[in-house]
Structure formats: C-alpha cells, structure tokens
Design a protein around this ligand. Structure first.
Ligand code: SF4
Ligand code: SF4
Length: 277
C-alpha cells in the first residue's frame, strides 16, 4: 500500500543527484576547512541545492526513501539497489566530515537552513531583536525523532504501509512539477509546514522527525573532522549562546551540528576551526 513511488527513480535522476551532492559536499567542505565559507557562498550553495536538487530533480532520490525501502525489505519486498548504495555513502560521509550533507546538500535541509537565517542570526545583538525564535531542547527533539523512526518501522514492517513515503517532505518537491498528482498533496503540505516552522524553530524536520537525521546524529559523533576550539579560545561562551542546537560546547559530541558556521562567525578570537577531532 502506498508503495508505488518507492522504486520510481530512474538512473539518470540518481546519477544527476549523486553528482550534485558530491559537488556540493566537496565545495562546502573545502570552504569550511579553509575558513572561507562567507554568508554569500553559504546562501548560494543552499539555493543551488533547493533549485537543482529540490525543484528540478524533485528531491528524488533522497536520504529517507532508502530507509523506507529497508523497512519494507524486512517484510520481504524487493529493493532498488543504487539508492541503497548512495544512502550508505551518505552515512559514511558523516563519519569523515560530519553532517555537511544535511547542512548544505540535502534539499529539505537546505530550504530549512535558508529560512532559519531570518530568525537565527550569527550575531547576538541581531538575535536579541528577533521577536519569535524558539530554542527547543535537543534531547526532547532526539527522543521524538526516535519514536517516529520506530513508529514508521513498525507500521511498515507489520502492515506494509509506506508511511515515510506518505509523510515525506522530500516528495513535496515533486508536487511542484507534477501538481495534478493527488498522492503528492500531503507531502507538499508537509513541506510547506516545515518551511514555515523553520522560520521559528531551527530545522524542525531534521531535528524532530527525519529518520536519516536520527542515524546521522549517531554516526557524526564519530566524525574525523568537526568544528573544534583552538587554544586561542577564551571561554567567553558566545558560540554556545548562538548555536541553535546546543552543540557548541567544548566537549559536545557534534552529533546535531549542521556545520552552520554561526559559532565560527561569532567567535571574536577566530578560535574555532574545522579539523581532526
Ligand atoms: S536530517 Fe534529514 S532532512 Fe535534514 S538535512 Fe539531514 S537528511 Fe535532510
Ligand atoms: S556547533 Fe557551530 S556549526 Fe555546529 S550547529 Fe552549532 S553553531 Fe552551527
């Protein structure tokens, strides 16, 4: 039930998206490593991700679809192997460079990051002038995300209902080029809700629901490269105040760090670098 779009990805789309993701990940990693990720480049990368990955390629493939396939595989359904390979590679990338994929290349992540710039500033004075920006507790967000992960797994495996397909904001992008497809209306509404919410809550889909985000938040804790403090740090605490996910503390795992660069931009000592952890 509701599984008709699961294998509905052609190889040209898979290849195009793969090339886009690799390009965005390499360019962003290079700019972050060299401390050259200016706001202009950030916004340009995010817009490219939304327009090409989201609107033109319809966010298909995406990092959530293979998880739905894996759930259904446990029920005995067949799977579309290229997407699973890409899924594995994306997860592997989080072991090396953390969540740069989530931060910049994922089209749903990118649109949320763009919207977050309205209320989640990288300057405390500007931040104080913001009327509504909800800093929500990451532990609760994590718990809700795992409950959703387990719920979708159980529903898929026991009843064969591809609930991740029904609720996926990724598929909402496909509605833009295919407005008559009834099955895409709910994903489109969810995408719109996610976009509006992300003005007030930092990355609501990623932090509260995304099943790939749940897995990546574990693997990226072991990432080789992370944002780390140098000995120039004076413990002023500015980075901790500005970080929207409570990950800027010296000993934090960085599992929920989207490499947004806010901590680095606010640091008066330039004491945050992207280096071996
Ligand atoms: S957490 Fe999910 S939706 Fe968010 S950026 Fe990562 S893969 Fe994309
Ligand atoms: S630790 Fe820095 S880069 Fe990571 S999410 Fe927080 S502010 Fe952004």
């Amino acid at each position: 039930m509701f599984q008709e779009n699961l294998g509905d990805v052609n190889l040209v789309n898979v290849f195009s998206m793969f090339v886009l993701w690799i390009t965005l990940i390499i360019v962003t990693s290079f700019l972050i490593k060299k401390a050259k990720l200016k706001k202009f480049y950030q916004i340009l990368i995010l817009i490219i991700s939304v327009i090409i990955g989201g609107i033109i390629l319809g966010a298909n493939p995406n990092p959530v679809n293979p998880i739905q396939q894996l759930f259904l595989l446990l029920r005995g359904n067949s799977i579309f192997t290229p997407m699973l390979i890409i899924f594995g590679l994306l997860l592997l990338s989080t072991l090396v460079i953390g969540r740069i994929f989530c931060g910049y290349a994922c089209p749903v992540g990118a649109i949320q990051e763009l919207c977050s710039k309205i209320n989640f500033k990288s300057n405390l004075k500007e931040q104080e002038n913001v009327k509504v920006a909800l800093k929500t507790n990451q532990k609760w967000a994590n718990l809700i995300r795992w409950i959703f992960f387990i719920f979708t797994g159980i529903v898929s495996i026991i009843w064969g209902l591809a609930v991740l397909q029904i609720l996926s904001p990724f598929r909402g992008y496909s509605h833009i080029s295919n407005p008559l497809a009834v099955a895409l209306i709910i994903p489109f509404i969810i995408l719109v809700i996610v976009i509006i919410l992300s003005i007030f809550i930092y990355r609501p889909w990623c932090r509260y629901l995304c099943p790939f985000g749940a897995l990546a938040s574990i693997t990226s804790r072991f990432s080789r490269y992370k944002y780390v403090r140098t000995e120039d740090c004076t413990e002023c605490g500015l980075c901790e105040k500005i970080c929207p996910t409570q990950e800027a503390f010296r000993d934090s795992s960085k599992g929920e760090c989207y490499e947004c660069n806010r901590c680095r931009e606010i640091c008066p000592q330039n004491a945050i670098i992207f280096d071996k952890s």
